[in-house]
Design a protein around this ligand. Structure first.
Ligand code: PSV
Ligand code: MN
Length: 424
């Protein structure tokens, strides 16, 4: 199903006056609003193909109905999101969950919905039914060369799928590690991962990037071979200038200062992109901004400052993706909430008075430094984000429109109550 333009116009018309009143007030209060709006309109967040159905935990999964049954239906769902917010203009595919069997058709469908393909993701953390060798004891770290080869070949295949779709990046997340002390020689495991990644790197087209995603634990619970940003950074540095570190917000040990990690990776030119989500305990994959919105803002604050310092294009030079799971919410509504939270964090970071902050830092004025940050963080930027949507031709209130038009009921009518999307 597709969102009709006249639904959006009708929806916006009813809300326009109230919205304009808020914007008039904000325009009188804030300087440089037009430049902020321009940046917000350009900013796009990739939607993961594996997060369009309900997620689950190892204790079970509660389907919602109307879940996409094919890659084409997943792309249609991202098309719905993008029509509603004009900020979800790309899809990130996971192989083999979403193999494009007819790339030309998939590409045509995506572009008819204004979508492009962001980073491709490989999967050597699960065994597939037709797979020859098992990844039970790792993939790129495996003692058996033929297992490593299988993992390398899989990644090279994923690059080929990506080329056919116009993607420009490969994200590698490895679950390689160990669950018990003594199981693994850390040094050998790391070397083997490095050597395997070197072979994948050699297969990258010159205009592609390789993102190395780290994670502290799970599914291995004693050690993870690419367990933190330092290990990922070591790999991306050794591989070469097309390799970067990818930060998934849920992949740190508790209380890690992610904003500092981001600042230093950016400084070294080694930050590649993000998987956004939120968490209370571990890799909870909750809606972005639902638990620690101030942390999200602080991360964006470092991103904006660091990207501006390097003259980077906010929208194009890093890969912005969501990696979340929806256990008790409608996946599409949850993704709309996540994109909104990202836009809010970004907009607030754009509001930070950089000159006053630098002055406060230079003068050890700790109070003023905090005041400057919190002045931006406590500003209600929701009308500004809504205005950016309006300018892009999207809905003032995407979730309200989604409900007004009973999108989930429509999807259930056409796909049934029992459909289950591939993914985790
Ligand atoms: C691992 O937890 C991860 O964050 C990686 O990005 C995977 O590719 C993704 O989740 C799959 O669900
Ligand atoms: Mn991730």
């Amino acid at each position: 199903m597709r969102i009709e333009k006249n639904w959006i116009d009708f929806h916006n018309e009813k809300r326009l006056k109230a919205h304009q009143r808020k914007m008039e007030f904000l325009s009188s209060e804030m300087e440089g609003l037009d430049s902020i709006l321009g940046k917000l309109v350009n900013f796009q967040v990739a939607i993961p193909s594996w997060a369009l159905g309900t997620g689950g935990t190892r204790f079970g999964r509660f389907g919602i109905g109307g879940e996409p049954r094919s890659l084409e239906e997943k792309i249609e769902d991202v098309g719905i999101l993008h029509a509603l917010n004009k900020s979800s203009g790309s899809v990130s595919l996971h192989i083999p969950w979403d193999i494009p069997s007819d790339p030309a058709n998939v590409l045509q469908l995506a572009s008819s919905l204004g979508l492009r393909f962001d980073a491709m993701n490989s999967n050597t953390f699960q065994d597939q039914p037709d797979q020859k060798l098992s990844y039970k004891f790792g993939s790129m770290q495996h003692r058996d060369k033929s297992v490593r080869r299988q993992a390398i070949v899989h990644n090279l295949e994923v690059i080929q799928y990506g080329i056919a779709l116009g993607s420009k990046a490969l994200t590698v997340w490895l679950s390689d590690g160990s669950s018990y002390p003594g199981q693994l020689n850390f040094r050998k495991a790391f070397q083997l991962v490095k050597e395997s990644l070197q072979e994948v790197y050699a297969g990258l087209p010159p205009d592609w990037k390789l993102f190395i995603e780290y994670k502290a634990f799970e599914p291995n619970f004693y050690s993870t071979t690419v367990g933190d940003w330092g290990q990922s950074y070591m790999l991306s540095s050794k591989l070469g200038k097309q390799a970067f570190t990818l930060v998934d917000l849920g992949h740190h040990l508790p209380n890690a200062n992610i904003e500092q990690i981001v600042a230093l990776l950016l400084m070294e030119g080694k930050l590649g992109g993000f998987h956004f989500n939120d968490s209370k305990y571990g890799d909870d994959d909750l809606t972005v901004g639902s638990i620690k919105p101030y942390q999200l803002f602080l991360i964006f604050n470092e991103l904006v400052e660091g990207m501006d310092d390097r003259g980077m294009d906010h929208a194009a030079d890093l890969a912005w993706m969501i990696d979340a799971s929806h256990n008790v919410k409608d996946p599409l509504e949850d993704l709309l909430e996540s994109v909104e939270a990202i836009m809010i964090g970004y907009a607030q970071a754009l509001l930070v008075d950089r000159i006053r902050l630098t002055n406060a830092q230079e003068n050890n004025d700790v109070v003023m430094a905090q005041e400057v940050l919190q002045q931006a963080y406590r500003s209600d930027v929701r009308p500004i984000v809504a205005e950016a949507r309006l300018r892009g031709g999207a809905a003032l209130d995407p979730i309200a429109l989604y409900r007004e038009r009973k999108i989930r009921d429509n999807l259930i009518n056409s796909r049934g109550t029992k459909s289950i999307a591939t993914g985790l």
